[in-house]
Design a protein around this ligand. Structure first.
Ligand SMILES: Nc1ncnc2c1ncn2[C@@H]1O[C@H](COP(=O)(O)OP(=O)(O)OP(=O)(O)O)[C@@H](O)[C@H]1O
Length: 233
């Protein structure tokens, strides 16, 4: 079925949540996934609204294995996608171990998302983002944890040109804003050198050249044309 838009209303929490358990000892147990009254509909191209999830509520305690069952087409996969973490939960994930207050967590998440140009995606499920947007959210996660060094391995390999630029610009922007974050970016794409302050070129386990990005670009291009000339001769 072709869709023009997706509509979703839900109240969803992903860990860490505390709730009163109905278990034998009435102990407080941690809830990893909780969705309340989740509704999800799709709008067809013909303008018809098709309800898929109808007022679903689930509560899954931390550290347990639960199964989701039901006949084909009843909505299991859709429910799973809708309970996928939001951008906000994803960026906040690594902060769980830092013993921060909720307002500190919110402030860090919002600053990190701002730095990568993703503020307006706070409540979007990560799974609905493009590849480049997901990379930017991952970078925001590192930033929220106050990482001072980012080691970024081929972030843009499978991205189209606009996503590729979005990620490069997000990294550049956060370096400009923070003034104290350093990034080392692994790439095969020579055109990305235009955005680098410096570069390192390796061959066969050795650093062959280390310096300004323009000189390294020139060096690699000269090597490439000499190689092409050799195989054409
Ligand atoms: N994007 C969509 N557009 C239109 N209909 C959709 C969309 N996503 C899901 N549906 C419909 O919603 C219903 C639930 O689909 P879903 O894949 O969640 O079911 P399921 O329980 O996981 O099925 P199965 O057991 O066959 O994998 C199906 O009728 C499906 O065709």
């Amino acid at each position: 079925m072709n869709l023009s838009t997706l509509a979703r209303t839900s109240l969803l929490h992903l860990s860490p949540l505390r709730s009163t358990s109905s278990t034998r000892d009435n102990a407080t147990e941690s809830v990893a996934i909780e969705g309340r009254n989740i509704n999800f509909s799709v709008n067809t191209r013909q303008g018809r609204i098709v309800p898929i999830l109808k007022d679903c509520s689930i509560r899954i305690p931390s550290g347990q294995l639960w199964m989701l069952l039901g006949p084909n087409g009843c909505g299991k996969s859709t429910l799973l996608k809708v309970v996928m973490p939001t951008v906000e939960a994803d960026v906040a994930f690594g902060l769980g171990r830092l013993n921060l207050t909720n307002s500190e967590v919110r402030s860090r998440v919002s600053k990190a998302l701002e730095a990568v140009g993703m503020s307006e995606y706070l409540q979007r499920p990560v799974q609905t983002l493009s590849g480049g947007q997901k990379q930017r959210v991952a970078i925001a996660g590192a930033l929220a944890e106050a990482c001072k060094v980012l080691l970024l391995d081929e972030l843009t390999t499978f991205l189209d040109e606009s996503d590729q630029m979005g990620v490069i610009k997000a990294v550049q922007n956060l370096l400009d804003i923070s003034g104290e974050v350093t990034a080392l970016w692994v790439t095969h794409r020579l055109e990305e050198l235009e955005y680098a302050d410096g570069a390192v070129y390796m061959e066969d386990g050795r650093v062959i050249m280390h310096g300004d990005a323009a000189s390294i670009n020139k060096f690699i291009k000269a090597k490439q044309s000499s190689y092409i000339n050799r195989i054409n001769s």
